[in-house]
Design a binder for this molecule. Structure first.
Ligand code: FAD
Ligand code: SF4
Length: 562
């Protein structure tokens, strides 16, 4: 191998990038991480709803960088709308550590069945379901490693659906739980359901420079000022930097991976903070820009052997994009309907609910008409406490806009009479031909690179299973005595849970990556964000992204000589 600036260049510093950077730096290799966004530290994170949820502080301004989302119009035709017009924001976290800075840290492993959906349930018409090229057993040691390195807090409560594990329990005790968690346990017990205790990627005890959770009440969508949240930045990259072998370059937007006429990547071109085009070369290149942006970068990286984009000679890059399907519901726990002591504890803000149901991970229910099918989980949580968005919902009444005194009274009631308990159901977003990433022919970002055009077609089965799970969530809310219970499920993708686009698999004709997440036809290119997933499972993705990235880091070590 020729002399290069670094052994490994990682592009994107989130959940997919961090494990590779740390593992390789600890193993003695030199690593550079290119990250498009800024490098925040704990002191930069504060609980400001305007900054975190209503303005583009941790994400780009949509007029500078956007997506074009293709949805079906009333005539059934695919129509693209730029997100600068719709304000439907598909960015999550664009800073060192990526979206993992802002996640809620509900952590779930995939279950063994997720690795062989096709063999287990057979084909579903209109869906591109396949088996994974690896099994749960191959991934288990890396899930276990994530518990220890990222810091997962929990207490194992096994049931028949619990996935096999090599450690007896979690390395950190559970995060502090709200009294309502016990009420959910009882309600589920009465219904014959097994409420599981949800592990959290949040430290319940301090570790090194990271403090334990401070139970701020504002976790998901907010950066963590204690370091307790297991972001790629706090848990991995800060450590990687201390090895002296990992350099992080924030404000570095990868523009193109340049490849030679043998099909190897030779260098990456990127724009620095001043907009200057720079280059860095390395022996191995790892792309981890989050699924949509990873496909976009590969598609723009044409070269002598790749006229349609890097690793895209079979036209697979961007195909079979996945989101997460499911449903949601909520009910009001009314203080006045509870004994005073229960009402008092219900008001407590900060501790977590940490309860979910996985009884229907595989549904076996002839009576409902579903029969035996892949199901999912139902996760309970309190309504997000964001005051502006909560208040915003009160402004409309039966006769139009509410203002003045009636609005004040409505706001008072809204914030003081009850507490809203929610659930979110997660099930597989089936891979389909009409869900993919391409390049938009007309719109560019501020660096003149074409933006990603994302078609968001879905399979009807997503809704059928999501409805089934939402109905189970409603049963629990009813058993809890909640009022004004409502639930819904929608075909719209949740923009924060995205995977697929660069499937891994054995067949180079139908997949982009091999079982080690190395591009089939580019020997020194790996992809380690959620892009590799050919099917998504029925849980949020991040534990699996972290675990797989550690697994791939091990393969890269071997390729570099061990
Ligand atoms: C509010 C919220 C709550 C969430 N809650 C949960 C949860 O409870 N449980 C769970 O499992 N998951 C949760 N997630 C999802 C989780 O954050 C993601 O699954 C995970 O971070 C994805 O990892 P990634 O590496 O693919 O992308 P990211 O972590 O987003 O990292 C990608 C990085 O690449 C950078 N990048 C992109 N393009 C370029 C380029 N051209 N050049 C250089 N850098 C680039 C981006 O700026 C970004 O920093 C949540 C997400 C959000 C936003
Ligand atoms: S201190 Fe705890 S609650 Fe607050 S953001 Fe960090 S992990 Fe979440």
């Amino acid at each position: 191998m020729s002399i290069t600036d670094f052994d490994v260049c990682v592009i994107g510093s989130g959940a997919g990038g961090g494990p590779v950077a740390l593992s390789l730096a600890e193993a003695g290799y030199s690593v550079v991480v290119l990250e498009k966004g800024p490098w925040f530290t704990e002191k930069d994170f504060y609980k400001d709803e305007l900054a975190c949820c209503r303005r583009s502080v941790y994400t780009p301004r949509l007029k500078d960088e956007q997506h074009v989302i293709e949805d079906r119009d009333d005539e059934g035709e695919w129509t693209g709308t730029p997100t600068s017009e719709s304000e439907w924001d598909f960015w999550n976290g664009n800073c060192v550590g990526g979206s993992s800075n802002l996640m809620s840290g509900f952590f779930h492993r995939l279950k063994p069945v997720d690795f062989h959906l096709l063999s287990e349930f057979g084909p579903v018409k209109g869906a591109n379901i396949v088996d994974w090229p690896i099994s749960y057993d191959d991934m288990e040691p890396w899930y276990d490693m994530v518990e220890k390195v990222i810091g997962v807090s929990g207490k194992l409560r096994s049931n028949v659906n619990t996935e096999p594990r090599s450690s007896n329990d979690f390395p950190y005790p559970p995060t502090t739980e709200h009294a309502v968690s016990g009420w959910i346990d009882k309600a589920c017990g009465k219904l014959g359901y097994n409420a599981l205790r949800v592990p959290r990627a949040i430290l319940s005890q301090p570790e090194g420079a990271r403090r334990s959770c401070e139970y701020s009440g504002y976790c998901g969508s907010y950066g963590c000022s204690s370091g307790a949240k297991g972001s790629s930045r706090a848990a991995l990259l800060d450590k990687a930097v201390t090895t002296g072998r990992c350099e992080i370059r924030p404000h570095s937007k990868a523009h193109k991976l340049v490849s030679d006429n043998k099909g190897r990547v030779t260098l990456v071109e990127y724009y620095d903070r001043q907009g200057q085009l720079k280059q860095v070369d390395a022996k191995i290149f790892v792309v981890a820009c989050q699924a949509i942006e990873t496909s976009r970068l590969l598609l723009t990286s044409t070269g002598p052997r790749f006229s349609n984009g890097l690793a895209n000679n079979t036209g697979q890059v961007g195909r079979n994009l996945l989101f997460s399907a499911g449903g949601t519901g909520n009910g009001e726990l009314v203080y006045a309907e509870l004994p005073p002591d229960k009402a008092e504890v219900l008001r407590q803000v900060g501790p977590f609910v940490n309860r979910a149901l996985d009884d229907w991970y595989v549904i076996d229910d002839d009576a409902s008409g579903i029969g035996r099918a892949k199901g999912g989980i139902v996760e309970f949580l309190f309504s997000h406490p964001n005051p502006i968005s909560l208040a915003g919902r009160t402004k409309r009444g039966r006769n139009g806009l509410v203002w003045g005194k009636p609005l004040k009274r409505k706001l008072e009631a809204w914030f003081t009479l009850d507490r809203v308990l929610r659930f979110e159901a997660f099930n597989d977003w089936l891979p389909v031909d009409d869900c993919f990433v391409s390049l938009d022919a007309n719109i560019q970002d501020i660096w003149n690179d074409p933006v990603a055009r994302v078609r968001i077609g879905y399979h009807e089965e997503n809704l059928r299973i999501g409805r089934y799970l939402a109905d189970r969530g409603v049963e629990v809310l009813e058993q809890l005595g909640a009022s004004s219970i409502g639930s819904s499920n929608s075909s719209s993708p949740p923009t924060n849970l995205v995977a697929g686009g660069c499937r891994f698999g054995k067949d180079p004709a139908t997949t982009v990556l091999d079982a080690d997440c190395r591009a089939h036809d580019v020997e020194n290119l790996f992809v380690t964000d959620g892009s590799f997933m050919p099917t998504g499972g029925s849980v949020p993705y991040t534990w699996t992204i972290y675990a797989n990235s550690f697994r791939v880091a091990d393969k890269i070590k071997s390729q570099l000589g061990g």
